[in-house]
Design a protein around this ligand. Structure first.
Ligand code: PA5
Length: 474
């Protein structure tokens, strides 16, 4: 166990060790400790870069002035609007979804406004025409705040969804009023949305320059939707800051972010565990595993090393949910290819407890459930899964949070962000930027006929033209 020094998350990694699962699949203490000099060097580099004004994501937990401004803004608009529509994708929406799923009532949108506190929450991320149309039919556009969020200011999905929404909004309330109902969260200076916001006079908040989209959850990108959903955003920042303070300790065995990075790196590169499953035993934390999935994938999945050598690095992140995936995925994880690390997340005490009613006396086989708590059942299932995986020599570790609250969610965000940055150092790739995503974005622009992409469009259309023996027509 890593002793708790400030933050409240604990990490039990006994089941990734050779003592528990054997040397073929398990790590040795010596292997972990051999990474310590590299981790210390990288720790010093990260903190030195932070001190020099780089690694700007590191500073986000300190921005309590921004949090004050956002709380005031949320109070101001909560009265005016019944619905809040976030238009954004990837790092511009996943953090908000994760935060609200973790911290708001699971059926918040169905509650009456006085119980709900603040507007209902809707997201347009995918440009799926069925979902977009249904969402615009569901919200009351005359009382909807439209928050378009894009760091680049030009992502095709986001801008398309925004233009559709804007047209519907203008039809509902008129052009002048529509302008007042748009909030743009984007780069302070560059990008098409910034240009449009300046032209139209939209109210704006900043996506902080120098921070990748997937690390913006603790900026206005994630804090505005969280505050509107009633989340205590100061506690979110406090939790992140506490985890960061704890991680001032360069000792690999005491620093949870570095330890997890080291385990996942060693498991990938020395034990062929090419996948990382994140499996919380709480519905509320499922969104965090989805948010982490993007972070781990986009940051570490890189073709080139920092020296420009082809390495095809990365570990495929998978999201799962306990106990549901015990009835879906665990068969594979336990008996299929031994190619995964499973990260279980446990909760010390759920926010609500439900006692199981006594079964009829005639059904003796159910007597074991009598007067037990549902949370107790769920948590014991986490323990049982860890045990079953270990018996099958599947490396697994458990992160435990005593409760799910804003502080804990802030801790998870910072833990995973720092784990990812250290992961980049260990895998020897640049965890920032996403050249593979940009290639697809450019191809989309080309196929949609955007000016300046004509050459790429010709190339793409030539490549897919004509009959192919590898296509079966309907
Ligand atoms: O991490 C990233 O930077 C990306 O995943 C982006 O968040 C995503 O592509 C959306 O980009 P943008 O915010 O520019 O619309």
């Amino acid at each position: 166990m890593v002793p708790n020094s400030g933050s409240r998350l604990s990490i039990d990694y006994r089941n990734v060790m050779a003592e528990a699962i054997g040397p073929e699949h398990g790590l040795t203490a010596a292997e972990i400790d051999a990474l310590a000099p590299k981790v210390t060097t990288e720790h010093d580099r990260i903190w030195a870069e932070h001190a020099a004004g780089e690694q700007k994501w590191f500073d986000l937990p300190d921005n309590t002035a921004l949090a004050d401004e956002i709380v005031a803004y949320a109070q101001e608009v909560s009265e005016t609007y019944d619905d809040y529509l976030l238009v954004g994708i990837g790092g511009s929406s996943l953090g908000a979804i994760a935060t609200i799923q973790a911290l708001a009532h699971p059926h918040r949108n169905l509650l009456p406004k006085e119980k709900r506190g603040g507007p209902r929450f809707f997201v347009l991320d995918n440009p799926d025409p069925e979902k977009v149309k249904a969402t615009l039919e569901t919200v009351d556009l005359s009382r909807t705040l439209v928050n378009v969020v894009t760091k680049s200011g030009q992502t095709a999905e986001t801008m398309a969804n925004f233009l559709v929404t804007l047209e519907a909004l203008e039809a509902a309330v008129g052009k002048d009023q529509a302008r007042k109902q748009v909030l743009a969260t984007t780069d302070p200076e560059s990008g098409l949305l910034r240009q449009l916001a300046d032209e139209e006079g939209y109210r704006t908040f900043q996506v902080p320059p120098g921070v990748d989209g997937r690390q913006t959850v603790l900026s206005a990108v994630g804090l505005i939707p969280a505050a509107l959903a009633g989340v205590d955003i100061h506690q979110l920042l406090a939790g992140a800051a506490a985890l960061r303070d704890r991680c001032k300790n360069p000792d690999l065995r005491q620093n949870p972010a570095y330890l997890l990075a080291a385990i996942d790196y060693l498991a990938t590169t020395t034990r062929a565990k090419s996948m990382l499953v994140t499996m919380p035993y709480a519905d509320a934390l499922y969104g965090i595993s989805d948010w982490f999935r993007q972070l781990w994938a986009e940051s570490l999945g890189k073709r080139l090393s920092t020296a420009g050598k082809e390495v095809f690095a990365g570990q495929t992140p998978i999201k799962a949910l306990g106990a549901i995936d015990q009835h879906s995925q665990i068969q594979l994880y336990t008996e299929g290819p031994n190619d995964k690390v499973i990260s279980l997340i446990r909760v010390g005490a759920y926010r609500d407890e439900v006692t199981i009613a006594a079964p009829p006396v005639s059904i003796e086989e159910l007597a074991y459930l009598k007067r037990a708590e549902l949370g107790q059942l769920l948590d014991r299932e986490a323990l049982a899964t860890a045990w079953a995986l270990t018996q099958a020599q599947r490396p697994n570790y458990t992160i435990t949070t005593p409760v799910i609250d804003a502080f804990a969610v802030g801790e998870f965000f910072f833990l995973y962000e720092l784990q990812t940055v250290m992961g980049g150092a260990l895998f020897d790739v640049n965890p920032f930027g996403q050249p593979g995503v940009e290639a697809g974005k450019n191809a989309t622009y080309a196929l949609m006929g955007r000016a300046g992409y004509e050459g790429l469009r010709d190339e793409l259309l030539t490549g897919s033209a004509g009959a192919s023996p590898y296509v079966i027509e309907a």
